[in-house]
Design a protein around this ligand. Structure first.
Ligand code: NOJ
Length: 605
């Protein structure tokens, strides 16, 4: 542990005992021990994780070659973003064949080898299922185009006649999450493919034009996806992350909606996108991260998950479903993880909460209450492939706090502040009971790429927003593995599908592993301690001394006291306190150790 000498006067805040009085809001439990209740799950974004064949795009053999990285780090499972056959119009979230690995990433046999290697090391593997929409290259959509209005083929999607005299206006006023209208008009004439004239029906796509939404009222859609689940379950996957889990069922009649299509991921409409003030968590944990409107969080989605729960149940090994649902308030999100539905739901209210003691206390309390009410774990997350990496997001001050990507001309984050806060936030998150996700590269302290050339951008949100939002490419840059190798060791040729910034050198895995006090060593120590002390199934009691403090957040989970200082004055720990892990250098004043600003410590109770 590193200590900073401090000559400052006695700190204003202190703890005098390592057994402080706490208000317990969540009790420890060892009744239900399914792996997903406590797992730390590492998100792999396949195109940017590791490249085995040298084409500059990551692939499945690349992931298999790095399985020991997950073991060394100490995670329990990996979730792979989509690797299925796809034209890659939205980086694989536009699936053309749900049962086949895209040749870009390898073969089905490569995936089975990955699964085998992971299981041999005790790691679970979660696949990504995209049921809200297919690719326009999917056989069903191609058949729908060819078959014409009123056909059985079109009934699997949301084709509608347009409004206006000649149907020249879209069926309703919905907007795509990526910007622009949510409807595209097709032609009903065979010549359409060549003359480009559109004069026919319109189809709904809540995302890109190339991602037509399926009609989940159609029984064939339901049975096809149950079959896809079984296809991968039979091969041994341990669970599925369900994309846009709150979006599959739309309100009857598809009524107009004048509200925002509020979503952080790739959204030009995110309510936080242009705010200059941090979003504080309300009593119910809401931060403005939820979607609303007739296209989201409809009652009917829950029937789908009840059916899927039954599909998974007969398989051994506690297979799990994870909801990607941008739903608020947290009590609404918790409905996705009722005992006969899914198992986890990403807590995006937590991800979007400001770096503020009171706001975080609010969202953590509301999260645990909401998930306890349905007997589910809370699933903490700070970064993923849709949001600015938290090492950069937390360094944005006085500017937009939740923009969709950062471009060269946007306000730039304070890198040092961002990393310090990100480490403190991670150590706090890993001290909480429940499950947690780690996005590839965050264990290396990786920042967002914030000065990518605009002409290299590949996120459809960039052009669909009229080039006003940088989009998500900055958090998807290929990982650095070796500081002194071309492409920082991403693959054998040095090629990378997006360029890596120079700052990646010091984040390279070989440097991080070898450096005492590195972000990697903090993650590793935290994961080992979390496991040894069973924090995932632990308790949460807020330390009463700081109950109303605006600058300290402190809680006890099992026999670990977690203290985060947000304020300028160091927080003095009790004399003789045994610090287990710290997110940054500590201060010493006399014989007391102090926790400086933007730092979290774990202390033995
Ligand atoms: C959520 C995924 O995480 C995101 O990357 C994707 O663009 C949308 N869903 C659409 O599939």
């Amino acid at each position: 542990m590193t200590h900073l000498d401090s000559t400052s006067a006695a700190p204003a805040l202190e703890l005098t005992t390592t057994s402080p009085t706490v208000s317990v809001i969540h009790a420890a439990s060892d009744v239900a021990r399914e792996w997903w209740r406590t797992a730390v799950i590492y998100q792999v974004y396949p195109r940017s994780f590791a490249d085995a064949d040298g084409d500059g795009i990551g692939d499945i053999p690349g992931i298999t070659s790095k399985l020991d990285h997950f073991v060394d780090l100490g995670v329990d499972a990996v979730w792979l973003s989509p690797f299925y056959r796809s034209p890659q119009a939205d980086a694989g979230y536009d699936v053309a064949d749900y049962r086949e690995v895209d040749p870009l990433f390898g073969t089905n046999a490569d995936f089975e080898a990955l699964l085998e290697g992971a299981h041999a090391r005790g790691l679970k593997v979660i696949a990504d299922l995209v049921p809200n929409h297919t690719s326009d290259d999917h056989a069903w959509f191609q058949a729908a185009l060819a078959a014409g209005p009123g056909s059985a083929e079109r009934a699997r999607y949301l084709f509608r006649e347009g409004q206006g005299e000649d149907g020249e206006l879209p069926p309703n006023n919905w907007k795509s999450i990526f910007g622009g209208p949510a409807w595209t008009r097709v032609s009903e004439r065979a010549a359409a493919a060549t003359d480009g004239i559109t004069d026919g029906q319109w189809y709904l796509h809540m995302f890109d034009t190339r991602q037509p939404d399926l009609d989940w009222e159609h029984p064939e859609v339901r049975s096809e996806f149950e079959d896809i689940l079984r296809f991968w379950l039979d091969r041994g996957v341990d669970g599925f992350r369900i994309d846009v889990a709150h979006g599959m069922v739309k309100a009857p009649g598809l009524p107009d909606w004048d509200g925002d299509v509020a979503m952080v991921e790739g959204s030009s409409e995110a309510p936080g996108a242009v705010d200059t003030e941090p979003h504080e968590a309300a009593e119910d944990g809401s931060t403005g991260a939820g979607n609303s409107g007739p296209m989201f969080d409809q009652e009917g989605v829950h029937d789908i998950y009840r059916a899927w729960h039954k599909v998974l149940a007969p398989y051994d090994g506690d297979r799990a479903l994870v909801a990607e649902a941008w739903v608020e308030p947290l009590s609404r999100l918790a409905r996705y993880v009722r005992s006969d539905e899914m198992h986890q739901a990403f807590n995006f209210s937590y991800l979007t909460t400001a770096w503020d003691a009171a706001a975080l206390r609010g969202v953590v309390t509301a999260s645990l209450e909401a998930s306890d009410a349905v007997g589910a774990p809370t699933t903490w997350v700070l970064s993923n492939h849709d949001v600015i990496r938290h090492a950069s997001r937390m360094g944005l001050t006085g500017a937009a706090v939740r923009p969709n990507g950062i471009g060269k001309n946007d306000p730039q984050p304070d890198a040092e502040l961002g990393l310090r806060r990100a480490r403190a936030a991670t150590l706090q998150m890993l001290g909480l009971p429940g499950s947690a996700y780690v996005y590839q590269g965050e264990e290396l302290g990786l920042p967002e790429h914030t000065d990518l050339d605009d002409d290299l951008r590949q996120d459809p949100a960039w052009w669909r927003s009229g080039y006003t939002e940088a989009g998500r490419d900055g958090c998807r840059v290929p990982l650095p593995w070796v500081a002194d190798a071309p492409g920082y060791g991403f693959g054998p040729t040095g090629k990378t599908w997006l360029p890596q910034p120079d700052t990646y050198k010091e984040c390279a895995a070989d440097v991080q592993r070898a450096t005492e006090g590195s972000t990697y060593s903090m993650y590793k120590a935290a994961l080992a301690t979390r496991r040894a002390k069973d924090l995932g199934l632990g308790s949460l009691g807020w330390v009463e001394d700081f109950a109303s403090s605006s600058s300290v957040l402190a809680f006890v989970n099992n026999d670990v006291l977690v203290v985060t200082n947000f304020g300028e004055a160091p927080v003095a720990l009790p004399e003789g306190a045994e610090v287990l892990i710290t997110s940054g250098p500590l201060t010493t004043t006399g014989d007391r150790t102090g926790v400086p600003q933007d730092t979290t410590v774990w202390v033995q109770v």
